[in-house]
Design a protein around this ligand. Structure first.
Ligand code: MG
Length: 247
């Protein structure tokens, strides 16, 4: 069942979204060679709690940390720890904040120092794929329109979208209906209606789309190619898509 949100609820979700985004941007500034992913996690938890919010991911499905830190061939759900970021790496960071009972969910991939042109292109294509997906999130469109916009753009650049994981409805729970795949056929799938809030999150691999999931939940590309991930929480409104994870 798709849970529609009132304007008042969307206003609260925008506050949650702002906290998550501000945290993500601060983490992006901390991304430099030599930093450990656990240090990023500690900062994120303190930051989110200092804003009167809760770290959404911590404890969810048994996840032990506040953020997901997914380096290079890690697609999503990387667990913060002693991993040290090195010059030339890319790091995807996913942040969830719960404020007054509502969730904001956002992610981005950052270069660590100077990275290869190929890595930079992967990041830029994924960022643009998200923007194109968001553009489709209008009243009367369908979920397949969003996924189609994302996948067709990604394919143009010789990359592939991950199919085993997807975006999702978001609200009081981090994962609500509908599922928002990063592929699809135009005009198919659930209808987008005013009051829906969805997290759109392309996960893009430089190589093939196949992934492997480990017992601690982290997901890597099967072929070892690098992967990027961008995400915004988006409200469907009569005035078009409204990104809630902005500062
Ligand atoms: Mg998400």
């Amino acid at each position: 069942m798709i849970i529609l949100k009132t304007d008042d609820e969307i206003a609260i979700m925008a506050k949650a979204g702002r906290i998550a985004r501000e945290c993500l941007l601060r983490l992006g500034e901390m991304v430099t060679p030599g930093v450990r992913t656990i240090d990023l996690d500690r900062f994120a938890e303190e930051f989110i709690r200092s804003k009167g919010a809760l770290p959404t991911f911590k404890g969810l499905y048994g996840f032990p940390a506040t953020i997901c830190t997914s380096k290079n061939e890690v697609v999503v759900h990387g667990v913060p720890g002693d991993t040290i970021l090195e010059e030339g790496d890319i790091i995807s960071i996913d942040v969830g904040a719960t404020y007054q009972g509502f969730v904001g969910d956002t992610a981005a991939t950052f270069p660590v120092g100077e990275v290869s042109p190929d890595a930079l292109k992967l990041i830029e294509v994924t960022r643009e794929a998200l923007r194109r997906g968001i553009d489709q999130a209008v009243v009367g469109a369908r979920i397949g329109d969003v996924g189609h916009a994302i996948e067709s753009y990604v394919k143009q650049h010789g990359f592939s979208v991950v199919k085993d994981y997807a975006g999702h409805g978001v609200g009081r729970s981090m994962h609500e209906s509908p599922t928002v795949p990063n592929y699809g056929r135009p005009g198919t799938g659930p209808l987008l209606r005013k009051g829906m809030v969805i997290a759109i999150e392309p996960m893009v691999n430089a190589g093939g789309s196949a992934v492997v999931t480990f017992p601690d939940m982290h997901v890597v590309t099967r072929d070892g190619s690098w992967s990027a991930h961008f995400e915004h929480t988006v409200a469907i409104t009569e005035k078009g898509p409204v990104c809630l994870t902005v500062v």
